[in-house]
Design a binder for this molecule. Structure first.
Ligand SMILES: [Fe+2]
Ligand SMILES: [Fe+2]
Length: 159
């Protein structure tokens, strides 16, 4: 009988990225893996105290994520004619606002509880990355079936 895995093996990663989570673009998958990395870094902090520096580092990663990921994903959605890009962008905007609220809290000496942050990011992973983001995949697979122009002005009208 094989030995039971030791604690390091069972707690090393809360979640592991798999190809089944891919949206079909390496750069976007790489960004999504940043959220999985954040969850894995927060998981050992749950129920602990005095680990503020590690929570701060996660928020720094989140800041990098929202700055690099959302604009690239939104641009791609418009390029492939994803019809619900406005609704998707509204979700991104809310996530962006949340990260900058967390950042402002840090600057005022308030560190969010690791459990709260973990729950937020788990929700992002489950509902957004593994839910909403997957809805644009068919448009990547069938670019000929574009339903929207490549570019639109800020007011939503075609250029
Ligand atoms: Fe995404
Ligand atoms: Fe998204």
């Amino acid at each position: 009988m094989a030995d039971a895995p030791g604690p390091e093996e069972t707690t090393a990663h809360f979640i592991v990225w798999t190809q089944a989570m891919s949206v079909g673009r390496d750069s976007l998958d790489g960004h999504h893996q940043m959220i999985i990395d954040c969850l894995n870094r927060l998981h050992p902090l749950l129920g602990t105290s005095g680990r503020d520096a590690e929570v701060h580092a996660v928020i720094e990663t989140l800041e990098d994520f929202v700055l690099v990921h959302f604009s690239e994903e939104e641009q791609l959605q418009r390029q492939i004619g994803y019809p619900d890009w406005r609704q998707h962008k509204a979700q991104h905007d809310a996530m962006y606002e949340l990260v900058f609220k967390l950042k402002a809290d840090l600057e005022h000496g308030r560190t969010p509880d690791a459990q709260v942050l973990f729950a937020i990011l788990n929700d992002w992973l489950v509902r957004h990355i593994l839910g909403e983001d997957r809805k644009y995949i068919p448009y990547l697979d069938h670019p000929a079936e574009r339903t929207a122009p490549l570019w639109t002005r800020a007011n939503g009208r075609p250029c």
